[in-house]
Design a protein around this ligand. Structure first.
Ligand SMILES: [Zn+2]
Length: 267
């Protein structure tokens, strides 16, 4: 089975367990927004029993590649949660970062489970069991986040690119972003001035930067308003160091929760 980005790889490994060999296309440390498949990647996509991609615009190259794919199973992991994908619609591209809301991530896991059971019916019972265990863990994380973010002095945070929209929506927060949905987009001077005003008005003390994106812009903005910087990890990819240190979706989400609680001054 081939996946396009870390959150899908993690789901596939959890749900597939020992029955499934998962190969993730984006290498550790790469910013998956910018990634493009090479010839070898395209061949592996076309040859895989199951190819799972996030959809919702995260892999702009995928339509071109899938024109040639018809032999194998293809899963768009956000297809099943279309009604949840309201963010960003009507004003440019939809927000693809659904995995940062544990409830939406669970829906992606269910879609992966159905796709695996369809190509390997004998594994169905095992996949169901694995999914149930993942579901318990995701619900526990969601409850922890709900509790941790329920009593905070602030409900607004500032981040490099607008990757935390679903998380913000789920937990009643507001996300202000420097560069919108694309990590590499430059913010206009007018937009930066607006952000500076909003930060000063709301008493925000931290500007978040992201693990795989240069912290330069976040640092500049933080200096401008006398704030500090803190890391949030949108988890689209992990670095090799993260992986060697045993980090995974759950550990990174818990670090994100700790940093959000710090920035939002939660009790
Ligand atoms: Zn992103």
């Amino acid at each position: 089975m081939i996946t396009t980005l870390y959150p899908l790889q993690f789901l596939a490994e959890k749900v597939g367990g020992e029955r499934v060999r998962v190969v993730n296309l984006t290498p550790p440390g790469a910013e998956p927004h910018d990634w493009q498949p090479g010839a070898r990647d395209i061949i592996s996509i076309l040859e895989a029993d199951l190819f799972t991609y996030n959809g919702s615009g995260f892999e702009p190259w995928v339509d071109r590649v899938l024109e040639e794919a018809h032999e194998n199973e293809i899963l768009n992991a956000t297809d099943a949660l279309r009604q949840d994908l309201s963010l960003g619609e009507g004003k440019g591209p939809a927000d693809p970062h659904v995995w940062l809301d544990p409830g939406l991530y669970l829906k992606q896991a269910v879609a992966v489970k159905h796709a695996l059971a369809a190509i390997d019916p004998e594994g169905d019972a095992q996949y169901s069991e694995n999914l149930a265990s993942l579901e318990r863990d995701l619900k526990a994380l969601e409850a922890e986040m709900e509790k941790g973010l329920s009593a905070c002095a602030l409900n607004v945070f500032v981040i490099n690119h607008a990757s935390f929209g679903y998380l913000a929506r789920r937990f009643g927060l507001e996300q202000l972003s420097i560069s919108g949905l694309s990590p590499e987009a430059e913010a206009s001077p007018a937009k930066l001035r607006g952000l500076v005003n909003q930060i000063e008005d709301s008493g925000i003390g931290y500007v978040f930067f992201e693990s795989l994106v240069s912290p330069r812009v976040a640092e500049t903005l933080a200096n401008e308003v006398g704030a500090q910087t803190l890391e949030l990890n949108p988890l689209a990819g992990l670095t090799s160091e993260d992986q060697d240190a045993g980090e995974d979706y759950f550990s990174v989400m818990r670090s994100n929760l700790d940093n959000l609680k710090k920035a939002l001054q939660c009790r």
